[in-house]
Design a protein around this ligand. Structure first.
Ligand code: ZN
Ligand code: ZN
Ligand code: FE
Length: 762
């Protein structure tokens, strides 16, 4: 008894080997029929005995091709037809719209086997790939995703590659970047003047790295700067030339065994390292490793990733390096280099040699970074491997463009039930990053075919992203308060469409009262929010300078204390750092250049400064990161007191905290103890305030968001306190809790605003 079914599949189903995969399982099950790419995904029909059809459907559901992401399947029974085989039908014209473009994916196990197989025709070929792996997003000029629209366009396939490309049973059927030694891109090693260095480029690069040279290596989404991570001089030279002083550098290791020699790795962290997205994973480091101390000075963690391109595999395999430093090739804060000539020019004073190739990178895309918290994975930077996959929103929204914040900028476009977050763009204060920002907006609109109805931006009038939004005169602009957007990002991620309460902790964001917010409890509903509680305001003596010099923030928070503690606290700072606290006091007393902040990041700075951690920071959140690291060195369970002051909004006073902290300082309590008591006290105070607000608001879900939630110790402690109070807690799993996730929240709010207006005036 024959049956026939027609099946529509939506999601990432084009350019990922979906049709040959279906062809294989259909023929294995002796089914006839056809499959074809359509405007919304793929459509297929299968016919055969009903057990075989069920087996086929199970196979499709349980073992989709590795890169496919199925978002919807619809299946119906239809009358049987006369046919003798299963075939792949040519795509209908315009069959690209609304299909999803795949991200760049690490070399798959099949390709890896060929890479190291001396009998394979691609043995050692640095650009091998197949439908299950290789570049996608970064080589795409325009849609549809066909070879002429990618940077593979200049390479004409040889007969052998073409035969694979045309064979539905082959792993390389319609693999657009398909290439081999004969027909594909090639490597070259150049000296600082751009002259080719003779010899095998991989072997020569290994030689240079062994000698301690800095080599700029062209990868998937941009250039890396590489040095041997075990050579202190080489790493120190890289830091000096890159003007990157203390921020940890990511390292590349050959495999899991090599990673385990350097770090303690849980099973979840292991699967993150080995995942096809291959993010940088922050891992607790072991002592006594060969890694140079300059790689991550003072940090209890190392940022590690496994090879994701054939070039990286070849370098580590033949070079036998325990680890290579691989950091984005840029001067600090500039976007990553992608072009050969640009690299030779911009990196001329940094790199000693350049391992380049002749396939263009069309879109820059940095490495993604994740950190594992107890039960979930926190994205810290969302880029290669993840972009341009959408965030599902769970309902239809109007199309909007959200332009994000100022630092760690990303942009976001919505379409249907999905939000497309761009890759990490960077700090827009930097002119080159601003160019990349504009480029990304244009490119994403083009490849996603989205024409936004409105633009969402931050409320801060001085952000470059806000100014850009205001210049687009053709579209309505929706300015969204910074912390409201953080909360909405978490709501969007979890499709929370009713009211939600957010504990939003970060460094800086423009508040509706003109002050600098950042320690907020907000209640969001629809496109609106109410500020329900915040950390008390403290002066930031010197304004932005107080962000670079945490001891100024300590003075700011101490000024909230009564005498004689204020004076005593200042004396303590003076003896720690030899600074002139008299001038500081004058500034605070007269409200000179001392804007008010409720920023939680500034509170961390103040505590770090008081216990003598550091007087200045070299990168964002450095003091807070070091303060968190101290927590592991103590098991103290006491919590410092805070006070919740009644009012609309509630105020969480830090006066009792600093009072208790000064007492501990007088007793010479260990820094680790003080740090723990601070973390635990802050978590408890926030949970108390949240619980009372939640009760009055009908117990909405609680979202934890903002850059401070990269602090795993704080996140755990707060989650625990909230759960003990019977509250439902949501955290970020898909987008960063920090400003990298901001654009998603802006888009979510703007979309709600438009929707509510159209409902209002039908
Ligand atoms: Zn492959
Ligand atoms: Zn070829
Ligand atoms: Fe923020």
């Amino acid at each position: 008894m024959l049956t026939r079914r027609r099946i529509h599949v939506e999601g990432v189903v084009q350019g990922v080997g979906f049709r040959p995969h279906v062809y294989r399982i259909a023929t294995q099950n002796q089914l006839t029929g056809w499959i074809c790419n359509t405007a919304r995904g793929v459509t297929l029909e299968v016919q055969g005995v009903s057990e075989s059809v069920s087996a086929f459907l199970d196979g499709l559901r349980l073992q989709p091709p590795p890169l496919a992401r199925i978002t919807a399947v619809a299946s119906e029974e239809i009358p049987c037809a006369q046919e003798i085989d299963f075939c792949i039908v040519q795509s209908t014209a315009g069959g690209h719209a609304h299909t999803l473009i795949a991200p760049d994916i690490a070399t798959c196990p099949d390709c890896l086997r060929e890479l190291f197989d001396p009998h394979d025709r691609r043995f050692g070929y640095p650009f091998l790939n197949c439908t299950n792996c290789g570049p996608r997003f970064t080589i795409l000029r325009t849609i549809p995703y066909d070879r002429p629209n990618t940077s593979m366009q200049p390479f004409r396939m040889c007969a052998a590659c073409q035969a694979e490309y045309d064979d539905p049973a082959n792993r390389r059927f319609h693999a657009q970047p398909n290439a081999c030694w004969q027909c594909g891109p090639q490597l070259a090693l150049l000296d600082a003047n751009g002259n080719a260095i003779p010899g095998d480029p991989i072997q020569q690069t290994i030689e240079h790295l062994r000698q301690g040279a800095i080599v700029a290596i062209k990868g998937l989404g941009g250039f890396h700067l590489a040095v041997d991570a075990t050579q202190p001089h080489a790493v120190a030279r890289l830091r000096e030339r890159k003007h990157r002083w203390e921020k940890p550098l990511a390292i590349l290791v050959a495999d899991i065994a090599a990673a385990e020699r350097l770090c303690n790795i849980s099973p979840e962290e292991r699967s993150l390292l080995e995942s096809p997205q291959r993010p940088i994973v922050l891992l607790p480091r072991k002592s006594d490793t060969p890694i140079a101390p300059q790689v991550a000075p003072g940090s209890p963690e190392l940022g590690i990733f496994l090879p994701y391109t054939p070039v990286q595999h070849l370098l580590l395999h033949s070079g036998n390096f325990p680890a290579l430093v691989m950091t984005s090739a840029n001067r600090s804060e500039e976007p990553i280099c992608i072009d050969n000539a640009e690299a030779l020019y911009r990196l001329r004073s940094i790199a000693d040699s350049f391992l380049v190739h002749n396939r263009e990178i069309l879109l820059r895309c940095d490495d993604s970074i994740v950190r594992r918290a107890q039960q979930h994975t926190m994205p810290l930077r969302r880029a290669r491997g993840f972009v341009p996959l959408p965030i599902p929103l769970g309902r239809d929204v109007p199309s909007v463009l959200a332009v994000g914040g100022e630092l760690k900028n990303t942009i976001c476009l919505t379409r249907g039930q999905e939000a497309f977050l761009s890759q990490h763009i960077g700090d827009l204060e930097n002119l080159a990053a601003y160019g990349f920002f504009e480029e990304t907006i244009a490119h994403l609109q083009n490849i996603l075919e989205i024409t936004p109805q409105a633009i969402a931006c931050d409320l801060h009038p001085e952000y470059f992203s806000t100014r850009w939004a205001m210049q687009q005169s053709s579209l309505p602009v929706c300015a969204v308060q910074h912390h409201h957007a953080h909360l909405a990002a978490c709501m969007a991620e979890h499709s929370l469409s009713d009211a939600a309460l957010g504990i939003v902790l970060d460094g800086t964001g423009y508040g509706t009262d003109g002050n600098i917010w950042g320690g907020e409890i907000l209640l969001a509903h629809g496109a609106k929010f109410e500020r329900k509680a915040h950390l008390n305001y403290a002066p930031m003596p010197g304004g932005a300078q107080a962000i670079q010099e945490p001891w100024r923030m300590a003075a700011g928070f101490l000024s909230l204390l009564p005498e004689p503690q204020f004076t005593e606290g200042l004396a303590c700072l003076q003896s720690l750092y030899g600074v002139n606290t008299g001038a500081m006091r004058h500034m605070i007393d007269l409200h000179l250049r001392s804007p008010l902040t409720s920023g939680c990041g500034r509170l961390f700075d103040a505590v770090a400064a008081l216990i003598g951690l550091r007087s200045t920071v070299r990168f964002e959140a450095q003091a807070a990161i070091e303060l968190e690291a101290l927590c592991a060195r103590s098991t103290d369970t006491n919590a410092y007191p805070f006070e919740i002051l009644a009012g609309e909004p509630l105020q969480i006073s830090t006066v009792p905290l600093f009072d208790a902290l000064l007492t501990d300082l007088h007793k010479h309590s260990a820094s680790a103890v003080i740090s723990r008591r601070f973390h635990l006290g802050l978590a408890r105070a926030l949970a108390d305030a949240t619980a009372s607000i939640a009760q009055a608001a009908g117990n909405p879900p609680i979202c934890l968001t903002g850059g401070c939630f990269q602090n795993v110790f704080l996140a755990h402690a707060l989650e625990k306190e909230l759960r003990e109070r019977g509250l439902r807690v949501y955290t970020h799993c898909l987008v960063p809790a920090g400003d990298g996730g901001l654009s998603l929240g802006q888009a979510w709010i703007a979309a709600q605003e438009i929707a509510s207006k159209t409902e209002g005036n039908p």
